[in-house]
Design a protein around this ligand. Structure first.
Ligand SMILES: Cc1cc2nc3c(=O)[nH]c(=O)nc-3n(C[C@H](O)[C@H](O)[C@H](O)COP(=O)(O)OP(=O)(O)OC[C@H]3O[C@@H](n4cnc5c(N)ncnc54)[C@H](O)[C@@H]3O)c2cc1C
Length: 514
């Protein structure tokens, strides 16, 4: 009787030889793997046969939709096939298959990775259909969700039952962002300053490792890996099939606000917004930005408006007292302030689900963006080279102090615990913009980002990844990088989980964090 493991090994080695030959010939491995038309469909067919979910091949019903990433910039890249997993067994089968066949692969949950790290020309292992909220254990204050659950899946499951509606998991703004990607990279949301990041509420997670084994990890079981997955970023150590979170009790009512000011006094307004945020570090959460009124190149400063969207964990009267300093600078021309039930407030704060083509860069602001820094930011905005879209996200400050800073930088892999803001810079374009327009926008973004580095920490948020970021591993992980590399060597010794910015197995970096 033949030994199945030796067959697997032989196939793996054959494929490895193919990949090496391809590399020598200057081909990408996948191009080489695509070449022998006889072998590829047969093994894919076997995988499809084994799955409880569905293997979708190019041209088959649903392929285009399943392949489409949130950032359409990466949509031209077509997977060899998409494995829509139905359960944990499917995930294990996929991992066994990619190991055996040596085929490149990436994992996808919500598909919102900015830099295309869930878009591949190999096998796309998609867990989106595994989206059940499995268990709400109010006695122990925890909820378990499957790896494909989105922000909205989790919120809806808690909200719609009378006994669970008083509890929430801190999550992000976008309903369709996957819990997987969100929590593995950290997880900012309007609850972060009060209740911490999404990863700070993670109690346990099930993960299928490169070895094919599935384990449950928590503070007592494989604690090093559990440390690493709280901020180490998606796609690095295995495929997560479920997450258990601590539940946070929410008040009956909170107050939301959206304020838009006339296009003047931008520096004073952004300064006042930062002041009020820091003075109320845990009770308020602001996402403040400056944006042009219209699309078009070189908007003047008289075209740039300040806007803030936020959540206050108190009533309207108390919020209005906090806003007094801001209103002393200027009264908003749009003022929406609503005291309302917690879940309605969450709906109000949701972002729509933008799809487009974009590049995003992020930095961390230790204390505040100074007046000088804000002045530079405005100058860069006026140098926008133009394109078809209005640029709503040229410069945003997401408050990320408060409870996030109560955890030390080395306690989890999410290292950015000494900052008050994530600072996002973005360029976005549409299909009508030709390549030279896009090139100018990206050059503008690079120059703007580089110039602003004098005012910010040399750090970047791994959930806002950027392929052009130099020294990305240090920027994402800082003094946690060396320790993360050690975890990578232990749990993924063959570097199976590998992509352009996956955690390196060796890092010449200072650390560990103290
Ligand atoms: C419109 C929009 C709004 C956003 N809003 C916020 C926000 O409010 N707060 C915030 O912090 N971030 C926000 N983000 C960023 C978001 O958190 C990250 O893009 C996140 O990684 C997306 O997770 P995903 O599962 O949707 O994406 P995916 O692209 O599916 O996955 C992201 C990464 O995780 C890996 N991965 C996915 N599933 C698994 C799994 N089961 N096991 C292991 N690895 C996996 C992927 O391979 C990829 O590397 C937003 C992004 C967008 C596009």
């Amino acid at each position: 009787m033949s030994d199945p493991s030796s067959v697997s090994r032989r196939r793996f080695l054959q494929t490895g030889a193919l990949v090496t030959t391809a590399a020598a010939a200057g081909l990408t491995p996948i191009a080489a793997l695509a070449a022998p038309a006889v072998r590829r469909p047969r093994s894919l067919k076997a995988l499809g046969h084994d799955l409880n979910g569905r293997l979708i091949l190019p041209g088959e019903q649903g392929f285009a939709m399943a392949a489409w990433p949130n950032n359409a910039r990466w949509a031209e890249k077509q997977p060899l096939a998409i494995a829509m997993c139905r359960d944990d067994e499917d995930v294990k089968r996929c991992i066994a298959w990619v190991r055996q066949e040596g085929v490149p692969f990436l994992i996808r949950s919500g598909g919102h990775n900015y830099a295309g790290f869930s878009t591949t020309d190999g096998l796309l292992i998609d867990v989106k259909a595994m989206n059940r909220v499995e268990m709400v254990d109010l006695k122990n204050g925890r909820v378990t969700v499957k790896g494909g659950a989105s922000n909205q899946d989790v919120a809806t499951a808690l909200r719609l039952k009378r006994d669970t509606a008083h509890y929430a998991v801190p999550s992000g703004r976008c309903p369709t962002v996957g819990t997987s990607g969100l929590v593995l990279g950290g997880g900012w949301g309007f609850s972060a300053t009060k209740s911490g990041l999404t990863c700070d509420s993670l109690l346990a997670t099930d993960i299928v490792l490169a070895s094919g084994h599935q384990i449950t990890i928590d503070a007592n079981h494989d604690p090093e890996l559990f440390w690493a997955v709280r901020g180490g970023g998606g796609g690095n150590f295995g495929v997560h099939t479920s997450f258990t979170f601590k539940l946070h009790e929410v008040p009956d009512t909170v107050t939301t606000f959206n304020l838009v000011f006339k296009p003047e006094k931008q520096i004073e307004l952004m300064t006042a917004l930062q002041t009020l945020q820091l003075a109320n570090a845990q009770t308020i959460s602001t996402r403040s930005k400056v944006r042009p009124l219209m699309a078009g190149a070189n908007p003047g400063r008289d075209q740039l408006v300040v806007e803030t969207l936020g959540l206050y964990w108190g009533n309207e009267t108390a919020l209005r007292e906090i806003l007094a300093g801001l209103y002393a600078v200027a009264k908003p021309s749009v003022e929406d302030i609503y005291e309302m039930e917690y879940w309605r407030a969450r709906d109000y704060l949701l972002t729509d689900d933008p799809v487009g083509m974009y590049q995003i860069k992020s930095s961390y602001v230790e204390k505040t963006l100074s007046e000088k820094a804000l002045d530079r930011m405005l100058t860069w905005m006026t140098e926008w080279p133009g394109g078809s879209l209005r640029q709503d996200n040229m410069g945003i400050l997401f408050a990320i102090g408060g409870a996030v800073q109560k955890v030390s930088p080395g306690a989890t892999a999410y290292v950015h615990r000494n900052s008050n803001y994530i600072y996002e810079m973005e360029a976005s374009w549409g299909p009508i913009d030709n390549p030279s327009v896009v090139a100018k926008q990206r050059e503008w973004l690079a120059n703007y980002y580089n110039d602003m580095q004098q005012f910010v920490q040399p750090e970047s948020y791994v959930n806002f990844p950027d392929r052009d970021l130099k020294d990305w591993a240090k920027a994402y992980y800082g003094c946690n990088l060396r320790r993360l590399s050690g975890v990578k060597r232990t749990y993924d010794p063959s570097n199976l989980f590998s992509f352009a910015q996956s955690i390196p197995q060796h890092a010449d970096a200072p650390g560990p964090c103290i």
